[in-house]
Design a binder for this molecule. Structure first.
Ligand code: ZN
Length: 225
């Protein structure tokens, strides 16, 4: 991949073994996919020929609406909404922002509810992936494992332990917190496998695995778990 500037259009050339020449404009970036045998001149000419179309596409990106920000693993992500000719909404997680594409017929409407649903789905997906690793990591470290765990959509409680079924419920919203906080919350729930209440024994066990548990209790004091 090589960056080239041509009459104010900066583009990246992606040389391929197969296929024809194609131009992709995505998130303000122009990518030219060219067969390996295409000369620089031939690519430049194609860019020139399609300049009008490329500039039009690049300007469309400017229309993006900045919705709000949200956190994933403790990191702030801007949410960018754009509208295009699609049937169902799409979400793409980029390096430093979340791109939500909505069908153009929703443009100029209040879409906050739809956006919330899309974001919730994203948090569930992320939680499914992340929590599996966290539970496995803790199981290896401590031998503690729940009967089962479920990802739920609960805004009030970030996690809870069911002493009778020995199951742990984790809200997908946990994915807003950073990795250490997530691990701490899961560990806290797992210590309830041995101690139902927050008795001395409970905290002794927690301390064994999380020596600085008090720090996390303080950071997470506004969360219910
Ligand atoms: Zn507890």
């Amino acid at each position: 991949m090589k960056k080239v500037r041509e009459n104010l259009i900066t583009y990246t050339i992606d040389k391929a073994i197969f296929g024809n020449l194609s131009i992709l404009v995505n998130n303000g970036e122009v990518i030219v996919k060219a067969p390996w045998y295409f000369s620089k001149q031939r690519i430049q000419d194609t860019i020139k020929e399609n300049k009008k179309w490329i500039l039009k596409k690049l300007n469309e990106i400017e229309d993006v609406t900045l919705y709000k920000t949200t956190k994933i693993l403790g990191i702030n992500y801007a949410i960018k909404i754009n509208y295009s000719n699609i049937k169902a909404p799409e979400l793409n997680l980029k390096n430093n922002y979340i791109e939500i594409k909505l069908p153009s017929n929703l443009e100029k409407k209040n879409n906050s509810k739809i956006i919330d649903i899309i974001l919730n789905k994203m948090y569930i997906k992320l939680a499914e992936k992340h929590l599996e690793n966290v539970f496995e990591e803790i199981r290896i470290e401590t031998g503690l494992a729940p009967e089962d765990y479920k990802i739920i959509q609960d805004k009030k409680e970030i996690a809870k332990f069911d002493y009778d079924s020995k199951e742990i419920y984790v809200s997908s919203k946990i994915m807003e917190l950073d990795e250490n906080c997530i691990k701490y919350i899961v560990m806290h729930q797992l210590c309830h496998l041995k101690y139902k209440t927050h008795a001395k024994g409970f905290y002794n066990l927690l301390k064994k695995y999380f020596p600085n548990y008090e720090k996390y209790e303080e950071i997470l004091k506004d969360y219910k778990f």
